[in-house]
Write a protein that binds this ligand. Structure first.
Ligand code: ADP
Length: 452
């Protein structure tokens, strides 16, 4: 209570008591006149209280409080002032929300607000055009029921929103959309959808161009290397001065063929998101054959190549793609490790999924190169590359194969002490026992033992 009001109240009560005492003096009934006076005061106070209650409950917008004098008038006015201030603040906030909603509604990108369970709360017009949402019918529905795409379902539930995903629009096949989720507030989700059809088309043109050029170059190159081979097979009559030139031409022709094959493989890998084959692959048998090829590659260089893999290790996916990725890593380890060096290939499964590690005691890679190794044609040292006969596409192929198998690669390396390339596969890539039984019945020749 404010000091002013306290004074007024005390003055009122003092006046009332004095008046009652005066009446008591005249009538000689002090007690009765005091009781009557206080009773009247109480009744007047209760009446104002009831008026206040009635006004608060049945107040029309902007209706001023009932007229009252004295302390009650002050109370009514104060409540009215606070109310008006709240209304003004609410109007200001509402205007701000309206402005934000208007500007978001005018955006060309779709914006969707989802609650913590992924149910739709609010979305703009562009979201309706790109995803086919219907207002207001779809409000409160789970987004995964409305955007029915297995990759989006997996992306939404995995909860790792560092990278956006791209897919065809659910209502128009030829429109490509990119979706990215941001968490905010109390684990609510903000989903932004962007039309990336044009960028996708340009990217597609680039891929098609590379694939077509590679394809077109293959035939003339086969003819040239074929003739070179014939010439070298009949080298007896050839002038010795040309023999060395022919041998070099054949060697470079071979490199070009490997390069074209790698470019075509990359183009194929980029064409779809997940491998068309999703069969259980026997990793032990696969790694045994890769390690045996690696020993042949090492030949007289005498590397010590060890394989550690448990029997019954399987991965879901495409066998040729996994073979290509794993052999790139193992062959690189041999290529970039000096003679008699060590290479250890390990495969294991745990709660986080399946893992392949290729560790070598080779030349290693400086830290600054590591983030760029999977770029096409990126080489740590180009002069080194021509000696090893690499195409510069090996790790790009590994990256794409891993992406298509829900995998990722981790690279650790210390210059002159060796490198470790680890491929991590999500638990979803380990086939169920039921599928394995089916796979085994097709391929009864099963490998066993733990050392390759
Ligand atoms: P390349 O055909 O040149 O081997 P990759 O894409 O397979 O192409 O590898 C890219 C580059 O990464 C290589 O040129 C090499 O410099 C480096 N690199 C790859 N694997 C290793 C390794 N095990 N040890 C050292 N350097 C490596």
């Amino acid at each position: 209570m404010n000091q002013n009001w306290l004074g007024i109240l005390i003055r009122h009560l003092a006046l009332l008591v004095t008046a009652c005492l005066l009446v008591g003096l005249i009538t000689n009934h002090y007690g009765a006149s005091l009781a009557v006076g206080l009773g009247l005061y109480l009744a007047a106070t209760l009446k104002q209280l009831l008026r206040l209650n009635h006004w608060l409950k049945h107040q029309k917008p902007d209706e001023p409080p009932p007229e009252a004098g004295g302390l009650w008038g002050d109370v009514f006015d104060s409540i009215y002032t606070v109310q008006r201030r709240d209304i003004r603040a609410r109007d200001r906030l509402q205007a701000l929300i309206d402005r934000v909603q208007d500007s978001t509604a005018a955006l060309r990108d779709g914006v969707i607000m989802l609650d913590s369970d992924g149910n739709l709360e609010w979305w703009n017009n562009a979201a309706e055009t790109l995803l086919g949402l219907r207002s207001p019918g779809d409000g409160g529905q789970p987004i995964t029921n409305l955007v029915r795409n297995p990759r989006f379902f997996e992306y939404f539930h995995a909860g790792n929103y560092a990278e956006p995903i791209e897919m065809a629009s659910p209502i128009q096949d030829q429109v490509r959309i990119q979706l990215v989720i941001t968490r905010y507030g109390n684990n609510e989700h903000l989903l932004v959808v962007r039309d990336v059809t044009r960028v996708h088309q340009l990217e597609q043109m680039r891929k098609d161009f590379v694939a077509n050029v590679s394809h077109e170059l293959r035939t003339p190159l086969t003819v040239i290397t074929g003739y070179l081979e014939t010439l070298l097979d009949n080298s007896d009559g050839i002038n010795p001065r040309w023999l060395r030139a022919l041998q070099q031409m054949q060697q470079q022709g071979g490199r070009m063929q490997t390069l074209l094959n790698d470019l075509l493989l990359l183009a194929r890998l980029e064409a779809t998101d997940y491998p068309s084959e999703n069969q259980p692959v026997d990793v032990q048998a696969l790694l045994k054959s890769i390690v045996s090829d690696a020993r042949a590659l090492s030949g007289a260089r005498g590397h010590d190549i060890t394989l550690e893999v448990d029997a019954n290790c399987w991965l879901k996916g495409s066998e040729p793609e996994l073979r290509s990725a794993f052999s790139n890593l193992v062959f690189n380890a041999v290529k970039y490790t000096p003679d008699k060096g060590r290479v250890l290939v390990r495969f294991w499964q745990d709660g986080q999924g399946a893992h392949l590690s290729v560790k070598d005691s080779g030349i290693g890679i400086e830290a600054m190169h590591i983030p760029r190794l999977t770029e096409r044609f990126y080489r740590v040292d180009s002069s080194r590359n021509s000696n090893t006969g690499g195409t510069g596409l090996g790790l790009a192929i590994v990256k794409h194969v891993l992406m298509r198998h829900r995998g990722r690669m981790e690279i650790a390396s210390v210059p002159n002490h060796g490198s470790t390339f680890i491929c991590h596969f999500a638990p979803a890539q380990i086939p169920q026992a039921r599928n394995l039984r089916a796979a085994r019945s097709v391929d009864p020749e099963q490998a066993d033992g733990t050392q390759g």
